[in-house]
Design a protein around this ligand. Structure first.
Ligand code: SF4
Length: 339
């Protein structure tokens, strides 16, 4: 029998012990109403979490929504830097994350001290940071970017100024290739999930499904391979689409393809299948699952709403400075939504 919060177990992999049953869903809705909270879920969340959320989307779209919705309490089902970005854009609201241990290997690939040292080596450089960074890094950044507007952000900067681009090396390489900018220095960070989606798997899947379109997130280790395969004629150039998660959903709604190979975290398949039920979406690597994202379990969400935990804090000075680099990002091109 379902005993609700009494069943929750806290273990090394996160909170467990509660299934996503109908009782669970009804209790989540009731508690959220009672607290006056809105639930936001990232595209890489477990399907049950996506289905119970008030809004599903990518990190930037959700952070902007957090600021716009009338509720004063935001439950952010995603990883910690995403909840922090929501807090930066709405400092007066209470932002909760169901498990604050949900980190991000990409955001963790550069520390504030490392960035200060890098900046000291290039004192005149402009710092451009992908939105997958901590609040502290954003506060040391001139302009943030998403994967949708990274190229436009870099092109908006005086061509004679050096640029420090961080933290993702694959997105950095994509931007450098497109802008042909030699004075762009790239931090060697990566996301362990996206880096694991490699070119060999992509080439093998493309051979088996020669008519399929390819949706590739620019953070993936295979983004370069996808462009190479197109360049070498293995895959028709118009079939390869380097897209943010928001861009993938837009493309899915209008595609004429029957099959699409998807190179990003596999949680994305749930929203793509909902957006275009007649299209066969297949993962390039079906083991590409982010363990941090999956720490937001049904048990974690229940505990969050029962106990009002974990609250996300960003000190006001850091939030104020960080919000400027985020605001500049929103003003350039079409920021889409990042990851
Ligand atoms: S998929 Fe990678 S970049 Fe995204 S949250 Fe997980 S570790 Fe971070």
């Amino acid at each position: 029998m379902w005993a609700g919060a009494a069943d929750i177990v806290d273990g090394p992999g996160g909170f467990s012990g509660v299934e996503a049953s109908e009782e669970w869903a009804a209790e989540i809705k009731r508690l959220a109403r009672q607290r006056g909270a809105t639930i936001l879920a990232h595209n890489y969340q477990l399907p049950a979490i996506q289905d119970i959320a008030d809004h599903v989307g990518d990190s930037l779209a959700l952070s902007r929504l957090a600021a716009e919705v009338p509720e004063d309490e935001i439950v952010f089902c995603g990883v910690h830097f995403m909840a922090e970005t929501a807090k930066i854009l709405s400092p007066a609201k209470t932002v909760l994350i169901p498990d604050q241990r949900a980190g991000c290997s990409l955001a963790d690939s550069i520390t504030a001290d490392q960035l200060r040292e890098w900046k000291a080596d290039y004192p005149q450089a402009i710092v451009v940071s992908y939105v997958n960074t901590t609040a502290e890094i954003k506060a040391l950044t001139d302009i943030c970017c998403t994967s949708s507007n990274a190229v436009e952000v870099v092109e908006s900067i005086d061509p004679n100024r050096e640029i420090l681009f961080l933290p993702d090396q694959f997105l950095g390489a994509h931007v450098k290739r497109v802008t042909k900018r030699e004075n762009l220095h790239i931090w060697a960070g990566e996301c362990h999930v996206h880096a694991g989606i490699n070119g060999d798997e992509l080439a093998a899947k493309s051979r088996v499904h020669p008519d399929a379109e390819l949706y590739v997130h620019p953070e993936c280790g295979c983004a370069t391979s996808a462009l190479y395969l197109a360049g070498e004629g293995f895959v028709a150039e118009d079939k390869v689409k380097i897209l943010s998660t928001g861009g993938m959903l837009d493309a899915a709604r209008t595609t004429g393809a029957k099959q699409v190979l998807v190179a990003t975290e596999i949680g994305m398949l749930h929203q793509l299948r909902r957006a275009a039920p007649d299209v066969d979406f297949m993962a390039v690597n079906d083991r590409a699952s982010c363990g941090y994202m999956k720490m937001i379990t049904p048990a974690a969400l229940l505990r969050c709403l029962v106990e009002g935990k974990d609250e996300v804090h960003v000190d006001l000075d850091t939030a104020h400075v960080a919000s400027k680099s985020v605001q500049r990002m929103i003003e350039i091109g079409n920021p889409g939504g990042g990851e």
